[in-house]
Design a protein around this ligand. Structure first.
Ligand code: UDP
Ligand code: MG
Length: 339
């Protein structure tokens, strides 16, 4: 279809034509990667041959990322630039992209080519087969330090134990999501965002697509150890309720220990006819510890509840409502902001 093509052979969306695939690539000082990313991603998208857009989010870069993106946009009308006022971090950059992306399907992908664009057709196929989310699962990670691989592995396994939301192990934010999932994510206003967990939380059918994670095309990681810790804390506080209950467990343990010492004290007094002062002291100490831990647990429970409420997530998401065989829709429900 020649008239669909621009001079450079790129697909030219017709006015009013719905965007089928949006790609969101957050960029923080990625001047060396952008052109190569654009080349490989365009190649894949052209082959899919549906209207597309590539949304680059410039997350407060201090190198020539912004200029590079403007150059690209001059050459390719499918490029959309979202320029953030300053560095907001990877998760917020992705979220900003979600606000702008118009596609029926949205691909979240890093701009450094660690996530291979060539995986998109397989993800599209998984979505065609009925999934709402096709997430990429790393079966190997090249060019990352042992430290990073080990901490990442440990972290995902810990999160899985602590959390009711089963965030898949060994995945990042590299995933293709449907429009309805994208819209629900936009309605989750929580400021501490752990997107891969939020996507899992949304539900629907989510399919895994395996891949080998490459090393960076150029430059170095923009995630410091502190940055990774921050993300891990966001994940655990955002998705795991187990730590909140910790004080209750401590309280129960102290309570049981106190009861043991009390029993021993009574036994020693009545049967052995000695006055075991140290067990009395320990009993009193443990009793008060138990009371303290219990009080802390109780406060934690209230703080946790208001924390969860503060996140303002929808309480549930309705896949569809069917009345007499018609009226089928998706909508988040149950929050005070809703309906
Ligand atoms: N990134 C961003 N803002 C940041 C840090 C990173 O937009 O503050 C982007 C970065 O340009 C890359 C993606 O997020 O496209 C993933 O970052 P990075 O490759 O540094 O993380 P890693 O792959 O090492 O975990
Ligand atoms: Mg990377």
């Amino acid at each position: 279809m020649a008239k669909d093509r621009a001079k450079d052979g790129k697909r030219n969306n017709q006015p009013g034509e719905a965007v089928s695939v949006s790609v969101i690539a957050p960029c923080h000082n990625e001047q060396e990667c952008i052109n190569e990313f654009h080349r490989r991603m365009s190649h894949v998208l052209e082959a899919i041959n549906r209207p597309y857009e590539m949304v680059f989010v410039n997350d407060g870069s201090s190198d020539r990322t912004a200029e590079k993106l403007i150059e690209l946009q001059r050459l390719d009308k499918n490029v959309v630039i979202v320029d953030l006022s300053r560095n907001h971090g990877h998760q917020l950059a992705l979220s900003a992209g979600l606000e702008v992306a118009q596609g029926e399907r949205v691909l979240l992908i890093d701009a450094d080519l660690q996530d291979p664009p060539e995986l998109l057709p397989e993800m599209m196929a998984a979505m065609d087969a009925g999934a709402d989310v096709a997430y990429a699962r790393r079966i190997s990670r090249a060019g990352e330090s042992r430290f990073k691989r080990m901490t990442a592995g440990l972290f995902y396994r810990l999160l899985r134990r602590l959390s009711k939301t089963e965030v898949p192990v060994d995945t990042g934010d590299f995933r293709l999501i449907s429009r309805r999932v994208a819209d629900i994510l936009r309605q989750m206003p929580e400021p501490h965002r752990f997107l891969r967990g939020m996507v899992t939380w949304v539900g629907f059918r989510q399919a895994a697509v395996n891949y080998h994670r490459d090393s960076r095309f150029a430059g170095k990681t923009k995630y410091s150890v502190a940055g990774m810790m921050g993300l891990a804390i966001d994940a655990i506080t955002g998705f795991a309720s187990a730590p909140l209950r910790f004080m209750f467990y401590l309280s129960a343990a102290a309570g049981v220990a106190a009861a043991c010492f009390l029993a021993w004290t009574v036994y020693a007094l009545l049967i052995l006819r000695i006055v075991p002062e140290w067990t009395i002291i320990l009993f009193v100490l443990l009793l008060f510890s138990a009371i303290n831990f219990f009080a802390l647990g109780l406060i934690g429970e209230y703080v946790g509840r208001s924390f969860i409420q503060g996140k303002g997530r929808p309480l549930f998401i309705i896949r569809s409502v069917s009345r007499g065989g018609s009226d089928v829709e998706t909508r988040p429900g149950g929050s005070s902001r809703d309906v």
